[in-house]
Each structure stands twice: as C-alpha cells, then as structure tokens.
Write a protein that binds this ligand. Structure first.
Ligand SMILES: [Zn+2]
Ligand SMILES: [Zn+2]
Length: 318
C-alpha cells in the first residue's frame, strides 16, 4: 500500500515563502493498493490538494474515483469544486460521507455549488456521481476487490463472513475471498461535528493505514477508538497545535490535536509510526518541525515511536 499526501494543511490553503517545505494544500490523501481494479483511485477528502491528485490520477488514465469525506468543512471539500473529475461525465465517481444535520454528501454538494457560490449548477454535472450517505459509519464496511469492484456490507454480516472464513458476495452471483480485498472501516472522531476516521486494510499484505484528522484531544481514550486504531502500520493524525497553544493559547475546543495526544494514542495502541497533519495555516516550516520535536521529547528511553510531519506530495510506503 502507498499513501500520498496531496494536501496536509488544515483550515485554510496557504502560500508563503516560509511554508514551501511543508506545502499549503488543504487535506487530501490518496490510498494506492494492489487490491484496487486498474484505473480505480481512492482518495480521502477533497481539500485543495485534490487538484494535484486529480491531475496526476487523470494522467495515469483514471476511469473510476472513490472519494471518502471525513466531514464537509470547506478545507475538506474545496478542491473538488474546481478540479476536472466532478465535470467529467464519462468518469465513474463515488462520493461517501456521513449524514450531518440532514446533510449527506449529495445535499452538501448541492448546497456548496448553489449559485451565487459556484459558477456551474450541481444539477448540470452530477449525473455521473453516485453518492453514498452513510448514516452510522461504524456499522458499515466498504470493500473494494480488484475484479469485483466496490461493495458495502453491514459490519455485523462482514464480521460473520470473516469468522466463518466465507467469501464476500459482491452481487450478481459473484463472491471473492476477503484476503484479496481492500477493506475500509469507519469510526467517529471527536471534532465535535459528525466526522469519520477511515481505516484501510490491504488484506493481501496486512498493511493498515488510518487517517485520524480533525480530532480533538480527548482526556480519556475510549476502548472503541483504541481497538479501531490498533494494528495500524501508519497513522496520520491531526496535530495542529502545540501543548502550549492548546492549553494556554485558547485553542482547546477547536477540534484539533497536539503532539502529547499523538504520543498518548501511540502508547495505548502500540502504533509505531505517526505522521502529523492538518498543519495550522499560521505554521511556517519551523513551527511544523517544532511540533515533531515536542512529540519526540515526550518519548521515554527505549520507546521507538517514529514521528514526522506530513508534507504535500510526500509518499509513504506501508
Ligand atoms: Zn479541517
Ligand atoms: Zn473540520
């Protein structure tokens, strides 16, 4: 599995000579896997990093796109509105997200593309898009198989088939082994809006990637969150603020994380590799690296946790 960071900035896209190393595109992470059918691309969030993602995916002759939304704040949707895929009627496009205050992904795009906010109306372009509104994400599992394509299952049924070691029925009488699938699991984050964290399991290799963004520091760690994160080969986590900014700078309650929270989660889950993301629009490159140093300073002798700052266009092999 390979993860590509097309956008790592939080809240607002930025361009500044002091931020060149980190980059200024807002959230967009691509997941590449040998479990995907040829021409199929998977991406989480459509911040302004979605534009370079789409440019590269189209250069690679993308025929189908699966876009997973953690939530619908502008820094996670803005790139979709201006990049080519949404206008390409011949492209198979799936957009997934939860329902927040009666807004599923379809209603969100209808609203943010309404005149006078957007030059092209949603109705004129949306025919090629299949929207998946997932009411209670932890109760569903999304599977993608290199031949079978995409399938959504109830989690309970998925767990039953997994325990029984049965093949997964993809419809039309076709069933495929689970260990050939990319399995996508979902859990709530604490933003506190209805926000999803996605876990990608490449069953053919055992590689696991979790993106935990727009997650507020939690005082206690719920068992369900620990279970959801455990086993991740790579966790990319929202670390927008330092402990000082969070505790004394008025940033508590803004829905974002700190290095201390990342280290605490690593200790609770056994995760050994964490990339910091959702960099503050005010954070120049030195501030971003200082957050990594702050996290490393918390490690005890013998702890081998690898911490790093995600940067636009970086690629992580898992
Ligand atoms: Zn955000
Ligand atoms: Zn947000």
């Amino acid at each position: 599995m390979e993860v590509i960071a097309w956008g790592t900035r939080g809240s607002l896209p930025v361009a500044n000579p002091g931020m060149v190393q980190t980059g200024g595109n807002t959230t967009c992470y691509e997941v590449r896997s040998t479990c995907l059918p040829p021409g199929v691309h998977v991406v989480v969030d459509g911040g302004t990093g979605f534009l370079p993602f789409a440019t590269e995916a189209l250069r690679l002759k993308m025929t189908e796109l699966h876009l997973f939304h953690t939530h619908y704040h502008h820094d996670h949707t803005q790139g979709v509105l201006i990049a080519p895929p949404i206008f390409m009627q011949q492209l198979g496009m799936h957009i997934y997200g939860t329902k927040d205050r009666s807004f599923g992904p379809k209603q969100v795009y209808e609203r943010i593309m309404e005149p006078p906010f957007h030059p092209v109306s949603f109705g004129a372009i949306a025919q090629h898009i299949c929207f998946h509104s997932i009411e209670i994400p932890p109760t569903r599992v999304i599977l993608i198989h290199p031949i079978g394509g995409q399938h959504i299952l109830e989690k309970e049924r998925f767990l039953h088939l997994q325990t029984e070691k049965k093949q997964i029925p993809f419809g039309h009488g076709q069933a495929y082994p689970l260990d050939e699938c990319l399995v996508i699991l979902m859990h709530w984050t604490e933003h506190p809006e209805r926000t999803i964290t996605f876990r990608f399991e490449e069953r053919s290799t055992g590689s696991v990637f979790v993106l935990l963004t727009d997650e507020e520091v939690r005082a206690g760690l719920p068992t369900s969150l620990i279970e959801f994160l455990t086993g991740a080969s790579l966790l990319i986590q929202d670390v927008q603020y330092s402990q000082e900014e969070y505790e004394r700078g008025g940033k508590a309650g803004f829905g974002h994380g700190t290095p201390e929270y990342a280290v605490r989660l690593a200790r609770a889950t056994g995760i050994e590799r964490i990339g910091f993301t959702h960099h503050d629009p005010h954070s120049a490159d030195d501030r971003v690296s200082a957050l990594v140093t702050e996290g490393q300073a918390l490690l005890k002798i013998g702890e081998t946790l690898e911490l790093f700052a995600c940067k636009d266009y970086d690629r992580y092999e898992i």
